[in-house]
Design a binder for this molecule. Structure first.
Ligand code: PMV
Length: 334
């Protein structure tokens, strides 16, 4: 039997009643994977082939204010009404379909990204995580974070990780219903760790991660090597975090991102997200490293680059990359 998203929602909510309160508000951070999620074992439920590990971006993410309303669904993003036929609204309303207590229940969603959307960093991950948290509050379901992570995963895989701060592991799980595929925070903090966001292009990418993963699995001869690589990298990253070994963390994250891109590049037709400027930046990072600066990068399904470095290197990084936006993911804990 093929399970649908709706089956998972019923399973998670287990007959919880649903009298909405007037309004609910929630925030969720964006996250950057150090060990990537690339490939689904179940397309409908967003169940991944491998486990992944990310770092949440603290105050950078999405804020959602949610209320029920009459007539039809409405969404406003960063202060502007989004036309109902825009892909963003269509995807959102389809997700909300999973949660309507009656077909006549409609939602008013006011979303604001604190991560620069125009810089190409806005992620569906923080949006879906914030939305699920707001739904949980609006309907008073009292779901725990694990359940919220499972529901957020139905919106976008990486959203499962955005329900937590800090380092977060998303367990791939093996069950067909995905009830063991949720994220959990690692019990580890690293206050000196920094992420730098480098905008190369703010254009919407031609191929999103969903079709991108599918195309890679179907056509890339290199994908076969990916699951073992991701499994090794995840273990390596976790031990680097415990040991506070930055060199090992950075090297593993960079190599993981490059291996993921290698699978995409070898797909046919190729899935090449890199722009000339992305490559120029990568070469500059490698050169700085050769000059003794402990600096690494990671990239998602797009041309933008995320730098990984420690607090002590920040002045040097800002000098070389004046436009960098620096995030201190653990600053709230200091
Ligand atoms: O959650 P999605 O469907 O947007 O996929 C995310 C894919 C990557 O960003 C490339 C990797 C990851 O683990 O976040």
């Amino acid at each position: 039997m093929t399970l649908t998203k709706k089956d998972v929602v019923s399973n998670v909510l287990r007959g919880r009643t649903s009298m909405p309160r007037a309004e609910a508000k929630a925030f969720a951070p964006a996250n950057i994977a150090l060990c990537k999620y690339w490939g689904k074992r179940n397309e409908e439920l967003n169940l991944p082939v491998t486990s992944s590990l990310s770092l949440s971006l603290g105050p950078l993410g999405s804020e959602v204010v949610l209320a029920t309303c009459e007539g039809s669904d409405r969404v406003e993003l960063n202060g502007e009404a989004v036309p109902e036929r825009a892909p963003f609204a269509a995807r959102l309303f389809e997700f909300l379909d999973l949660f309507r207590p009656t077909p006549a229940t409609h939602f008013n969603v006011i979303a604001r990204n604190t991560i620069p959307t125009a810089a190409g960093f806005a992620s569906s991950a923080s949006g879906f995580a914030a939305l699920v948290t707001a739904l949980n509050d609006l309907f008073g379901w009292g779901l725990d974070k694990r359940a919220c992570s499972i529901l957020a995963r139905l919106g976008s895989g990486s959203a499962s990780r955005s329900v937590y701060e800090g380092f977060v592991e998303w367990h791939a799980g093996s069950r067909e219903d995905g009830m063991d595929s949720y994220a959990e925070p690692l019990d580890a903090r690293w206050p000196e760790l920094r992420l730098g966001l480098l905008t190369i292009s703010s254009e919407t990418k031609k191929t999103g991660s969903r079709p991108g993963m599918k195309h890679t699995i179907e056509t890339s001869p290199l994908y076969a090597a990916w699951p073992a690589k991701a499994t090794r990298d995840l273990a390596e990253l976790k031990s680097a975090i415990v040991a506070r070994d930055f060199e090992r963390l950075g090297r593993t994250a960079e190599s993981n991102a490059l291996a993921m891109h290698a699978t995409m590049i070898a797909a046919w037709p190729t899935l090449l997200y890199w722009l000339p400027e992305s490559v120029r930046m990568m070469q500059r990072i490698v050169a700085m490293r050769e000059d003794g600066v402990p600096l690494f990068f990671t990239m998602d399904a797009g041309p933008n680059i995320k730098l990984l470095f420690l607090e002590q290197s920040e002045p040097r990084i800002r000098e070389v990359f004046p436009d960098v936006q620096v995030v201190a993911p653990f600053s709230a804990y200091r």
